[in-house]
Design a protein around this ligand. Sequence first.
Ligand code: IPM
Ligand code: MG
Length: 368
Amino acid sequence: MKQYKIAILAGDGIGPEITAEAVKVLKVIEERNDVSFELLPASFGACAYFESGSAFPHQTKAICDEADAILKGPIGLNHEDSKRIPIDEQPERGALLPLRRRYNTYANFRPVSLPKSLAHFSPLKPEVIGEGIDLIIVRELVGGLYFGEKEMGVNDAGLRYVRETLEYDEAQIYQIMQQAFKLADKRRKLLHNIHKSNVLKSSVLWNEVMEEVAKEYPDVQVVNMLVDAAATALCLKPTQFDVMVMENMFGDILSDQGGGILGSLGLMPSACIGPDKAYYEPSHGSAPDIAGKNIANPYSMIGSVAMMLENSFDMAAEAKNVWAAMQGVFADGYSTADLSKPGSGVTMISTVEFGDKVVEKLRQMPRV
Ligand code: IPM
Ligand code: MG
């Protein structure tokens, strides 16, 4: 029997609720396969800060170091509550970026996927969605502005100022391009390279390295697109995209737009892959306004489990079953509050009910 250790960082806000549903799914995977998961819960985010004074405590680091993979819920507080935590310990800066840096999880995969049958979830017209949206954003996750040096102060003129730096070297660009081209090569052999080289020199180097890597993948067609134009194209014709590669901040912004064109950020799972360790998390925040109400959508968290099964545990067939189970629940006419628009004919169910229905579907699927 295969045995894996999974660090479970439930996080803040809706994190614990949606993590509980993902854990239910992991238990069913154990029942159905010759595999056992040792779950190692650890505190991470604002909750950890209030418990121990650190958003990413030593003990959590030790658990993550030991784990074969990490399942992480969303973290963070609302704008006002964040101010109760010193800037450098606020969970985004104090926990999430350090987690990414610690395991050098430079490759972030964010699928934006909506089968034609679920077109009614999207704010886009059915004719725009056509046969369905199925693209994946490959976001560089440990470089650029988010990781550059930062400085705040008062300048010689007595004005408050801030300086943040955007830095990439060719090795960082090379490794994310390799991931993107490999993925494009396995899929539709189409790669959209998203950049802003008409303004940013970082994009000039980005594109140079991209062209070098492209020579290794002669079958992959590259389309270069400015990031602002890509934002429009995602709304007007999302089906033109298959794999899109971009630097850290562009990926942060466009992946949230991905959630928007699907109809909910709750449909956005992700995988963050480094050379030795990977962690899996929803792309969205902790939605403190709806926390504790049993109305959050656990799809992104359960989808992150599916990505973990495929990438970390070599269980691609079972991962497909998890996706199919979730689609099955939608196909039966159910969905959580975020996707249950009035008049859509959808029956609204709770976070727990969604998890239960996914589990029920999964149990009915032939074992692999
Ligand atoms: C994301 C999030 C994070 C990011 C925040 C919470 C720091 O928005 O994963 O997209 O900006 O990377
Ligand atoms: Mg984001």
